[in-house]
Design a protein around this ligand. Structure first.
Ligand code: GLA
Length: 372
């Protein structure tokens, strides 16, 4: 009998607002997009051999299910990481072949990595009848990134990739993991992404550094406020009260997280009330906070945000995702989208000699699987 082939798909994500809040037990407002990773999987009859091929990069990797570990940098670690985490929660796997591809830009800040991880986990769940629920998949994929890729990421990307719902953003409380679907109808406005096509090597090391800086802040805050668990529990008044004890950098990191959480709540209200001007203002505030206080932006991202300022048809813009490259998000009048894209692409090319890649955002469903 011919083995069945599983095709699993999992999308990239945008985040309307709430950056670097997820690993501080805060709030985020992401949504899944049309760009997705696709993983084709079939059992190969062996007990433990896994053969994986990247359709886009053309390279292959094989490993044995009972003997593998992270290697340098590359997609192999995402694949092995997911397998490892699924095994850790009891998954009984056998040898399989897989081919993956898709159109989530790598390093584009739309989380191609979570899309890849979640498509694999979704597919293996189906191929081997693992019976895993969505949250088990989300958490296993997040841990794959911690343990095999070395990035101590939060849960937003994997969550959005799995739970996404067409035309809805999701307000997620990263502490309780409760979430609400929020309808996204921007009426005469449109969201676009501008991919800088740069991905600075600082991205992963600085990410973990930011996480550590937040932890240092919490440790110092705890001396005065012993009941707090993390920055989620800290108000700006509390932070100001102990500002003299905090190194300036740590103070600014904490300030970003505390105010960004407030912006997520205010941004969600604005979205519900269709107060797009207010949402746009909050999006700008988020950018300036990420640029100046959290210091995860870069010249290319700041340049693109600066281009939007003073244009009455643009409501807001900011860097999106972990930072140090990737995309900016722009909320603007939909009649003006093409005109603005042409303008920004030309300015960007002149300045950096790099082509900009624009995307008109379409909010779509999360992960899915079909079998042939
Ligand atoms: C990356 C991480 C997420 C989140 C964002 C910043 O995308 O994977 O968990 O921390 O950065 O908001």
């Amino acid at each position: 009998m011919l083995e069945k082939t599983i095709i699993a798909q999992s999308p990239g994500r945008i985040n309307l607002i709430g950056e670097h809040t997820d690993y501080n037990d805060g709030f985020v407002l992401p949504a899944a997009v049309a760009q997705k990773a696709t993983f084709k999987l079939v059992k190969n009859g062996s007990e433990k051999i896994v053969n994986i091929q990247s359709e886009n990069q053309g390279n292959r990797y094989s490993f044995a299910l009972d003997n593998f570990k992270p290697i340098g940098n590359g997609w192999e670690n995402y694949v092995m990481g997911v397998v490892h985490e699924l095994q850790k929660i009891g998954a009984k796997l056998a040898g399989f072949d897989g081919v993956f591809g898709g159109d989530v830009p790598i390093g584009g800040g739309m989380s191609s990595s979570a899309a890849l991880e979640c498509s694999l986990a979704y597919g293996l769940n189906e191929l081997f009848n693992l019976g895993l629920g969505k949250w088990e998949i989300i958490k296993a994929c997040q841990m794959a990134e911690h343990n095999f890729v070395g990035i101590r990421c939060g849960i937003m990307d994997q969550f959005a990739s799995v739970m996404g719902q067409k035309d809805h953003a999701m307000l997620l409380d990263c502490r309780s993991l409760e979430f609400k679907y929020i309808p996204c109808d921007f009426e005469s406005y449109q969201l676009i992404l501008l991919n800088t096509n740069v991905s600075h090597s600082l991205a992963s090391s600085e990410y973990n550094t930011r996480r550590r800086e937040c932890e240092i802040g919490v440790k110092i805050l705890k001396e005065k406020f012993p009941t707090i668990k993390n920055l989620r529990d800290v108000s700006i008044q509390m932070l100001n009260e102990i500002s003299a004890q905090l190194p300036d950098e740590i103070f600014r990191r904490c300030k970003h997280v505390i105010l960004e959480n407030q912006r997520v709540i205010a941004g969600t209200e604005s979205l519900i009330q269709k107060d797009f001007s207010r949402l746009g203002q909050l999006i700008y505030q988020s950018h300036f906070s990420l640029q100046n206080d959290y210091e995860v932006s870069c010249e290319e991202l700041d340049f693109l945000v600066d281009l939007t300022i003073g244009k009455d048809y643009i409501l807001g813009s900011r860097m999106m995702g972990g930072g140090f490259g990737g995309c900016t998000l722009v909320l603007l009048e939909d009649q003006k989208v093409d005109q603005f894209i042409n303008f920004a692409a030309e300015k960007y090319k002149n300045k950096f000699r790099i082509n900009l890649t624009p995307y008109k955002v379409s909010i779509e469903n999360g992960a899915s699987v079909t079998s042939l």
